[in-house]
Design a protein around this ligand. Structure first.
Ligand SMILES: [Zn+2]
Ligand SMILES: [Zn+2]
Length: 349
């Protein structure tokens, strides 16, 4: 079969690889019907995630059809149309028993396209299949489900829930890529009073407005003055960092009100200056995190009910063999305006 293989920093190819097979009784093998590329995959390609070894198939977000299940898989069956979650929980360790699947200590967590071969392939082996796969109801299209593998749960759990968005809050979202835009959708669910979207790209701010932001800022200075105006100089109740660079984090720290929450979602590849000398006295709560995907069942329900429509985040569609072109389009998002790219196998999800 074909797969996207990482060959060390800056090198990747779409090439022939052996088909995956069941290695453990709890495994499933899934035919990939739709898959997407994540900002995290670009970090891996840059060499920012050194535990990813050359030869690894990348990808941790997909929708597919179950081809094989191991003898220990009880709930998922061959032929099921499933969401492949970015997190694979063992279900038995102390963290998993608390729903903290991202921190699994028993060989699970974020392993797909990281520590084991991932989803950017015609087929993928998925460990702990009963907990890593979600059977999809017919009313949920493959495109919607694709955003539930990582983008929606990450923005919802690490951004909106960690940030404790409450009705009437002024929420600032810094960085309006897919995660920031999905955080705006999530903040709307909690009836935020004002949502300020901050990003240098006008096209992303347009999308932010469509998804529920009522104010936009293209620069840090504009963000600071917008928050001051909205809050009578106090600061935002909740600031969600979805930029992943030192400048965006430091802007967030300057936007949050005393007693407010700064929820960092961005993946940082460089150290960030933390101005504790200003933040400590203001009772600011800062949270960080990797997604657990404990919210996935709830998000699936909301998408199925039409309460959330994440498909607007998909800007480009390709066939699976066009993987390298899709990487180029996604990697040059500043020029192409790409948010999420979706790739479909011959069998449309
Ligand atoms: Zn991802
Ligand atoms: Zn575990």
């Amino acid at each position: 079969m074909k797969a996207l293989v990482y060959h060390g920093p800056g090198r990747h190819s779409w090439q022939d690889v052996p088909e995956p097979y069941l290695q453990d009784p709890e495994d499933a093998v899934v035919r990939v019907d739709a898959v997407t590329i994540c900002g995290t995959d670009l970090h891996i390609l840059k060499g920012d995630v050194p535990e990813v070894e050359p030869g690894r198939i990348l990808g941790h977000e997909a929708v597919g059809t179950v081809l094989q299940v191991g003898a220990g898989v009880r709930d998922i069956t061959v032929g099921d149309r499933v969401l492949v979650s970015c997190i694979s929980p063992c279900g038995r360790c102390g963290y998993c028993r608390q729903g903290r699947y991202g921190q699994c200590r028993n060989g699970g967590g974020w392993i797909l396209g990281h520590l084991i071969d991932g989803t950017q392939a015609e087929q993928v082996r998925v460990p702990f299949a009963d907990r890593s796969l979600y059977r999809l109801p017919a009313e949920i299209a493959g495109e919607s489900a694709l955003l539930l593998a990582d983008v929606l749960p990450t923005s919802y759990e690490v951004g909106v829930l960690n940030g404790r968005v409450r009705p009437g809050d002024t929420v600032a979202v810094v960085g309006c890529g897919p995660i920031g835009l999905a955080a705006i959708m999530g903040a709307r669910l909690f009836s935020a009073g004002h949502i300020l979207a901050v990003d240098p790209a006008a096209s992303r701010l347009d999308m932010a407005k469509q998804l529920g932001a009522d104010r936009c800022a293209e620069s840090p200075e504009a963000a600071i003055s917008a928050v001051a105006e909205l809050t009578d100089g106090l600061g935002a109740d909740v600031v969600i960092e979805a930029g992943g660079v030192p400048e965006s984090f430091e802007l967030c720290a300057g936007l949050v009100r005393p007693g407010g929450h700064l929820a960092n979602v961005g993946v940082h590849g460089r150290p960030v200056t933390l101005h504790l000398e200003r933040l400590w006295i203001a009772d600011v709560t800062i949270t960080t995190g990797l997604v657990d995907t404990s919210s996935t069942p709830r998000l699936l329900t909301m998408v199925g009910a039409g309460q959330l429509d994440p498909t607007q985040l998909i800007t480009h569609r390709f066939g699976l063999p066009e993987m390298l072109e899709a990487y180029d389009v996604f990697g040059q998002a500043a020029d192409t305006g790409a948010l999420k790219v979706a790739l479909f196998n011959t069998v449309r999800a």
